[in-house]
Design a protein around this ligand. Structure first.
Ligand code: IMP
Length: 426
């Protein structure tokens, strides 16, 4: 087993942390390949619950080297706080490796993220205001600062001065704010530099040497397919590439290294922030889904929007990620919901779309074409074999599988690792 990619197939928050936990026993590296501290993974191991934002969930396992890859954006203050929190909980974080090519989130990125959102008013994207978009924008504009710049504070200062010239013009002239002082930022980041240096590594060589030695790598995506900058519901997306292709650029691997691509798919759909969502529920059923599913953000605490399962999105995710299998999460949340709806296609201007419409207008106005499936009333959280699920729950899973055309290998019926049904085991 060389490398496996785990990718969310919806708008994030599908429960990727649980899949990582399940697979972690057989891997030696867990790599975050994109995004930053806009993400939130909740991992439950035994009686311990950890909420992670930037540190790869591999940190939980002594046999795993957690890696922050080239494609990630790192807010060093946040990362150090997270590491301190983990150490306070008794975890050894010394194995963490951070790519020197990862970009640094700077104080002006956070400020510009928040100001841009405020100025967009009703058109805002609903970002996490962690500075993610502005940091990736600077990366693309080639004016970003990288983790490796922390090695040499003279170079750091030169790059910072150049960036600040532009950023301060934006802050003062466009947004009427105070300029930021290079010396303040330099002082703050010099402290981070000292503390982060032991973790900075040539992560590309590390991973390739691991592969050459027959070790296994788990590439852990943050956010989800529909939040992908290129393939998501632009502009209501994040500024990186959560799709499987992003795993390669974000970690420095090639397609031949990837053996499996596992789509993490919630048994219904959620979304945070603004943007179109065809199967969204605004009624009491939706409210119940939010409450039963505890659909509040790990990072921002924001209430997630919820809706029925959307097979069009899942089919699309199958294509753009080259999924080999799905891990279906939170099936237990749908217990006792009466009749369940599943969107099998969209209707727009009299035409039916089984596949994701190529034009945004069709998606914005897509009317879901639903199938109705009988629900189940039983509590399924203690079930340990797929065959013991109520017949209607099995029928639900199997209909989803038929509609999306990629096998559903695992079904999760609760947050703990033991609450996972592996359909490949009789
Ligand atoms: P940003 O990533 O902070 O720029 O936010 C852009 C969009 O992605 C917003 O709609 C956010 O709510 C959404 N987003 C970012 N990270 C996550 C995540 O981990 N889960 C769900 N939505 C996210």
């Amino acid at each position: 087993m060389p490398a496996i990619v785990i990718v969310g197939t919806q708008w994030g928050d599908e429960g990727k942390g649980k899949a990582t936990d399940l697979l972690a026993d057989d891997v030696q590296y867990v790599v975050r390949y994109q995004g930053g501290n806009n993400a939130g993974h909740t991992i439950i191991v035994g009686d311990r619950t950890l909420k992670l934002h930037l540190v790869p969930s591999g940190v939980m396992y002594p046999h795993v080297t957690p890696v922050i890859g080239d494609g990630v954006v790192v807010d060093p203050g946040v990362l150090l706080d997270e590491l301190d929190g983990l150490v306070a909980q008794g975890l050894d974080v010394s194995r963490l490796k951070i790519s020197g090519n990862a970009h640094l989130i700077m104080p002006y990125h956070r400020e510009i993220d928040a100001l841009t959102e405020r100025h967009l008013g009703r058109q805002k994207l609903g970002t996490t205001k962690r500075g993610i978009g502005p940091t990736y924008a600077d990366k693309a504009a080639r004016v970003g600062l990288r983790v490796q710049d922390l090695y040499d504070m003279k170079i750091f200062r030169q790059k910072l001065d150049a960036a600040l010239q532009q950023k301060n013009a934006v802050l003062t002239r466009i947004y009427n704010r105070m300029p930021m002082k290079a010396s303040d930022i330099e002082t703050e980041y010099a402290v981070y530099a000292e503390r982060l240096q032991p973790y900075i590594a040539d992560t590309v060589s590390l991973l390739h040497e691991g592969l050459e030695a027959g070790e296994n790598i788990l590439l852990e995506g943050a956010q989800g397919t529909l939040l992908d900058l290129d393939h998501g519901t632009y502009p209501f997306v994040t500024s990186s590439n959560p799709v499987a292709g992003g795993a390669m650029t974000g970690a420095g691997l090639g397609p031949k290294h990837i053996e499996r691509v596992i789509g993490i798919t919630k048994a219904y759909v959620t979304r945070v922030g603004t943007g179109p969502f065809p199967t969204e529920l605004f009624d009491a059923t939706g409210e119940r889904m939010t409450e039963v599913g505890h659909e509040y953000g790990t990072t921002t605490g924001r209430r997630r929007r919820v809706g029925w399962f959307d097979a069009v999105l899942a089919r699309y995710a199958g294509r753009v990620n080259g999924l080999t299998e799905h891990f279906l999460t939170k099936l237990d949340v749908l217990s006792d919901f009466g009749t369940l709806k599943v969107c099998r296609a969209y209707r727009y201007q009299g035409e039916e779309y089984e596949h994701f419409p190529p034009h945004q207008t069709a998606f914005h106005h897509a009317e879901p074409v639903y199938e109705e499936l009988e629900g189940w009333t039983e509590d399924i959280t203690q079930i340990t074999r797929y065959a013991d699920l109520p017949k209607n729950a099995q029928a639900y899973v199997e209909r989803l599988e038929e509609l999306i055309g990629v096998p559903i290998r695992w079904v999760s019926v609760g947050p703990a690792r033991s609450q996972t049904l592996d359909r490949s085991v009789a």
